[in-house]
Design a protein around this ligand. Structure first.
Ligand code: SF4
Ligand code: SF4
Length: 243
């Protein structure tokens, strides 16, 4: 059943304490895995693809679709829910999430949503809100936990690092949304953000400049993705390219 989101109006910081606990066996187990809007960041796509041992095309054909962001024109990959039951395709009714170790950040954060705002010193500060949906009974569990500890428990550190980097790219594109990306730019952004094998080939064949380390064989997927996202942010979406 489709449930409306209800945002608690209160804002929370990392030091604040919430009461929430979700566990296998809770009466509402799995109910949050229906009709979910899952737009995958590049890191989330990498984690899921590796978890399922699927190539890029295979993953997209089986589970999702690629499209361009309406305002940013950035390539995005989303996960399609089951057209009849609205279930997430990674849901196993009995066991729960089949990709639990590699589930996207929004599934880890739930029932929190996280925003970055600039503080007086111009630095990013994390703000959180709570989503209260009637089907979610985790709010009634008497388990106080600081938000910073909840993020650790849900193993969010790398997800937030990469998603914030992708967020900087999105913000940059929002700023220059009147300037369309060229086909070449779009192809390169897709490769650097989602297609790490092709990205390695481009470096080997020297089709991309020396922004990257030469010893790419030693680069993990994570390091390569970090370099790719920084390249998009600093070398493709430059002011001169955007006017
Ligand atoms: S990825 Fe896993 S946790 Fe997230 S909605 Fe799908 S089944 Fe649920
Ligand atoms: S407690 Fe909330 S998050 Fe956990 S399974 Fe139930 S609905 Fe999902």
């Amino acid at each position: 059943m489709i449930q409306p989101y209800i945002f608690d109006p209160q804002e929370y910081t990392l030091e604040d304490t919430i009461k929430f606990y979700c566990y296998k066996g809770i009466i509402c187990f799995n109910q949050c895995c229906y009709d979910v809007k899952l737009v995958l960041s590049p890191y989330e796509f990498l984690r899921l693809r590796r978890s399922l041992n699927l190539g890029i095309q295979e993953f997209i054909e089986r589970y999702g679709e690629v499209y361009l962001g309406e305002v940013t024109q950035l390539p995005l990959i989303s996960v399609n829910m089951d057209p009849y039951t609205f279930a997430c395709p990674f849901l196993n009714e009995k066991e729960g999430c089949k990709v639990y170790q590699d589930r996207p950040a929004s599934c880890r954060l739930y029932p929190l949503v996280r925003y970055l705002i600039k503080n007086k010193e111009g630095k990013n500060e994390e703000i959180f809100k709570i989503i209260r949906e009637t089907h979610c009974k985790g709010h009634y569990e008497n388990r106080p936990i600081k938000i910073k500890d909840y993020l650790k428990e849900q193993d969010l550190e790398l997800y937030l690092f990469f998603n914030d980097l992708w967020g900087e790219i999105v913000i940059k594109r929002q700023k220059f949304s009147d300037t369309p990306l060229t086909g070449d730019m779009l192809d390169l952004i897709f490769t650097l953000a989602y297609d790490l094998d092709e990205f390695r080939n481009l470096i080997k064949e020297k089709e991309i400049d020396n922004f990257f380390l030469s010893e790419i064989a030693e680069l993990t997927d994570e390091k390569l993705l970090e370099l790719g996202l920084k390249y998009i942010r600093d070398k493709i979406l430059t002011e001169e390219n955007m006017i």
